[in-house]
Design a protein. Structure first.
Length: 347
């Protein structure tokens, strides 16, 4: 129903406009107790065989909602009702910022993809923290943190540390976003010297505060193997637990859509990212000998995509573009398939 009736109507409008309208409608709908209960029953699937543990965290299932969808932690209760096992909020910066000039979100329907150049638009760490504090559900919550656009790279560590200190004790894990292509010079923070200073500061802070909260580094799919290896080495030297593979790509290879040239700059996500993400996951797992925990992101549309990433070495996965294209029932469908797959392999 979603793909045949609802999606064609939604796709007639500007993507960011529909995103904002959807937030408003979801808020209104879930305030009606009967509808709330019906939607919970329709979209959620909970089973002990789907549960998994990672770094001391217990997940209802292996599928999370990637950063960028609920940047400002406005829909935590509602997102839980769609059956996710975790959600990543952000990217969060110290100060609020409007992001890049609109339009900044685009569909490539023929490729089942999105291009965005949002630019870390968010309400700032203080407002977002207040919403996280008011959440009473059971979703695992990750905080994806970044630097403000006007903060120079040589001061970036201060922004990451500020957000980390504010959110420490209120979220289940952290993600250091150094790989978005939409903030000028940000990807240069993936270099050995820059990354080393950031992770050392964060690690020192959590040790001093005696908070054993896991930290992940979110990396780009466009890195060379040598660069990925350096990041793994830095993580292992500084006891950083995991890597999220991957962020969006600046590549535009083999796209079917003709309008991508007129769209211009931005990060590409969705189906075209799948193989790039898988390649990075495979290399991360191999190079680290399984010692680095991996959350796989990019090109997940069905249970086969999830199983493939898990088999390559991912411990968990996250979705975003696939959920936009496949619709709200996607998570339950995947979890049903994963449950059946697990039962078949046990018999």
């Amino acid at each position: 129903m979603y793909k045949k009736l609802v999606r064609p109507i939604l796709f007639l409008f500007n993507p960011e406009f529909i995103h904002n309208i959807s937030f408003l409608l979801i808020k209104i709908i879930f305030r009606i107790p009967i509808i709330n209960s019906l939607l919970n029953n329709h979209f959620k699937l909970e089973d002990k065989n789907l549960e998994s543990s990672l770094l001391g965290m217990k997940f209802k299932n292996k599928i999370g909602l990637a950063a960028g969808f609920d940047k400002n932690a406005k829909l935590l209760n509602e997102i839980e009702s769609f059956g996710f096992g975790h959600i990543e909020v952000g990217t969060i910066t110290p100060k609020p910022q409007p992001g890049n000039v609109k339009p900044r979100l685009f569909r490539l329907s023929k490729d089942s993809a999105l291009i965005n150049r949002m630019g870390f638009n968010n309400d700032g760490v203080d407002k977002i923290l207040s919403r996280i504090k008011s959440y009473r559900g059971s979703l695992i919550i990750g905080a994806n943190i970044g630097k403000n656009k006007n903060t120079p790279n040589d001061k970036a560590v201060d922004d990451y540390l500020y957000c980390f200190e504010k959110l420490l004790g209120y979220v289940d894990y952290f993600v250091v976003n150094i790989s978005s292509p939409n903030t000028p010079e940000l990807r240069k923070l993936q270099s050995k010297r820059n990354l080393q200073s950031i992770v050392k500061a964060l690690n020192t802070e959590r040790v001093n505060k005696n908070k054993n909260v896991p930290i992940f580094i979110k990396i780009a799919p466009d890195l060379r193997k040598k660069e990925v290896a350096e990041i793994v080495d830095i993580c292992m030297e500084n006891k950083i637990e995991g890597i999220i593979a991957t962020n969006t790509t600046v590549s535009r290879n083999s796209l079917k859509s003709k309008n991508f040239k007129s769209i211009g700059e931005g990060g590409l996500s969705g189906m075209p990212l799948k193989e790039m993400s898988n390649s990075i996951i495979k290399y991360l797992n191999s190079y680290s000998k399984g010692k680095i925990k991996i959350i796989g992101v990019g090109g997940i549309f069905n249970s086969n995509d999830v199983i493939e990433k898990l088999n390559l070495g991912a411990d968990l996965v996250q979705v975003y573009s696939g959920w936009i294209y496949e619709g709200p029932s996607m998570i339950k469908k995947i979890n049903n398939s994963l449950l059946n797959f697990k039962k078949e392999n046990l018999n």
